[in-house]
Design a protein around this ligand. Sequence first.
Ligand SMILES: Cc1cc2nc3c(=O)[nH]c(=O)nc-3n(C[C@H](O)[C@H](O)[C@H](O)COP(=O)(O)O)c2cc1C
Length: 192
Amino acid sequence: MQDFMQFLRTRRTYRRFKQTPVPAAVVDDILEAARIASCGANRQTLKYLVVQSPEQVKTVNGLVHWAAYLPPEQGTPKPEECPTLFIAVFQDDALPGANDTDAGLALGSMTAAAWSHGVGSCIMGAIDRPALCNLFGTASSLRLHSMVAFGYPAHESRVVEMHDGDVRYYLDDARDYCVPKRPLSEILLGRI
Ligand SMILES: Cc1cc2nc3c(=O)[nH]c(=O)nc-3n(C[C@H](O)[C@H](O)[C@H](O)COP(=O)(O)O)c2cc1C
């Protein structure tokens, strides 16, 4: 594996993908990363649904919203750029203790496991939950937390310097994503 800090720098959000399917072994690693993720009191309240058939992926893609900071012609993948896989992350209300921290840790582990195989991802919260749950036919006790889109990236993404506190990502001339992050001097309160 590449240097771990370089791994973290490049494990970004990707929104345009090659049309090469994600191999089953990689899907298994993503699910294993979710399964063994840390969670409060080890309660394990999260459930997952894999969307991998091209027809279902296409339907799901119509129910998620891409790149709020960009006009659709820049931020929404064209049909030949769409993800090849989605995984739905649910909180199971039939179990006690569901919380967003657990979901975040699982999402972080899943997307890192994918990236270790060169598979890029986009965590998605701007999703049509009622329509997706209707499509999936899942029990009402399962609350859809997020969708995650996966695929082999067709662009690059890099962290850039932030100017005037502007958090909005943008595309450069090569249509690669530039993601401004606050400098350490702004986020580090001190070292005591
Ligand atoms: C909780 C969460 C929800 C997100 N929802 C969406 C979404 O609905 N659509 C989208 O295109 N990106 C979504 N993103 C991706 C963010 O826009 C992205 O993480 C952010 O711009 C920073 O880019 P980076 O991941 O490369 O650091 C989401 C990310 C997170 C963590």
